[in-house]
Write a protein that binds this ligand. Structure first.
Ligand code: PMV
Length: 351
């Protein structure tokens, strides 16, 4: 971890200033669920970084004399105290790598392009954007980074705030977690997917059905923790690693059938872990299951390549190729919209 330490001098920051950064949300194809130590994943994961759903953050920093961290967060110009404790935990974790956190009072202004109450986690894009801002600050103070080094450090820092956030730093596909199948992969940061990807996956669509716009009953951190004594955890970690291995040729060959099988198996395995933990919990809603049933029927009746995945919530991500957008959008409007809260869905795509 030495490579991420900063050689900036301590207590020598006399100038304030401001930095801005943007970071997208991501949807995992191979899911991370279960961790050890400080944000070390139990299995490798792979995700699509989205394009339209992102967080933009501006960080103002003013020199201060007193000890301790000082942070105020504004979401859409409204002071939001809920985020502050999480940011203090994040700052404590990253302090060895970012030496100036106690030297400034921080004012963070943040905006998400997706609705805050939509049930789409803003932690990945939010932590990613904040990590990028901090690396931008380091650059301002004189650390010389290449663009690649900047993203790597931001990914390393973002992981310490919210695991899956570390994948959001890279457009397209990103891998986080050491895997025998992916060269250069690491538990400490994500890397851009290093292999060939068939053109069918270019601008791959992700329509997010907002089945439930409320707050989740069980947080991701609780879910990860429940994997520690989970009866099927060991097999789940093996299966996720193997699924990553199977995904590589599917992505290269443009094998949509294999892609869909792996992605849906991953989504259902994630929720199977929730259903079988002690205590168990259910994040899917009746609308989630109803949408999945409809998708399976639709696939039987048409030759469309429309697949679903789920994150740790009730919403359904619909993944399909750009050239099938018309048929899929018709189906969504006519058959799936009914399961969305207030008929709401979000159209996004991976680069
Ligand atoms: O990064 P966390 O702690 O919010 O966990 C994310 C877990 C999943 O979204 C369910 C899967 C993933 O790999 O993104």
């Amino acid at each position: 971890m030495e490579e991420f330490k900063s050689d900036l001098p301590h207590n020598n920051y006399t100038n304030g200033g401001s930095v801005t950064a943007r970071c997208s949300s991501n949807i995992a194809l191979i899911k991370y669920w279960g961790k050890k130590d400080i944000q070390i994943p139990m299995n490798p994961s792979l995700s699509f970084t989205l394009t339209e759903s992102f967080t933009e953050s501006n960080v103002k920093f003013m020199p201060k004399d007193c000890e301790g961290f000082m942070v105020n967060v504004y979401l859409d110009n409204q002071l939001n105290e809920l985020f502050v404790p999480r940011i203090y935990i994040f700052f404590e974790r990253i302090e060895p790598y970012v030496p100036f956190l106690r030297s400034f009072e921080f004012e963070i202004h943040t905006h998400n392009t997706f609705p805050h109450s939509s049930g789409i986690a803003s932690s990945a894009s939010g932590m990613g954007a904040l990590a990028l801002c901090l690396v931008e600050m380091e650059a301002k103070f004189g650390v010389e980074f290449t663009e690649e080094e900047k993203l790597k450090k931001a990914s390393f820092l973002a992981r310490l705030g919210s695991g899956s956030a570390c994948r959001s730093l890279y457009p397209g596909l990103a891998v986080w977690g050491k895997s025998e199948f992916v060269k250069g992969s690491s538990d400490l940061y994500a890397v851009p997917y290093p292999y060939e990807v068939h053109k069918i996956f270019r601008n791959f669509q992700d329509t997010i059905l907002l089945i439930d716009e409320g707050r989740k009953k069980v947080s991701s951190s609780t879910g990860h923790k429940l994997m520690e004594n989970h009866p099927y955890a060991k097999q789940r970690f093996v299966s996720a690693s193997e699924n990553l291995g199977k995904m590589i040729p599917a992505l290269k060959e443009g094998n949509l059938k294999a892609f869909g099988e792996i992605v849906e198996h991953e989504a259902l395995s994630l929720h199977a872990m929730m259903l079988t933990s002690f205590p168990s919990f259910i994040l899917m809603k009746p609308g989630t299951i109803a949408a999945i049933e409809k998708i399976r029927e639709f696939r039987k009746q048409t030759s469309a390549h429309l697949f679903f995945t789920l994150d740790a919530g009730a919403n359904v991500h619909l993944l399909y190729p750009r050239n099938e957008k018309n048929i899929c959008m018709n189906f969504i409007e006519n058959e799936l919209k009914q399961f969305c809260s207030n008929g709401n869905f979000i159209n996004d795509f991976c680069f």
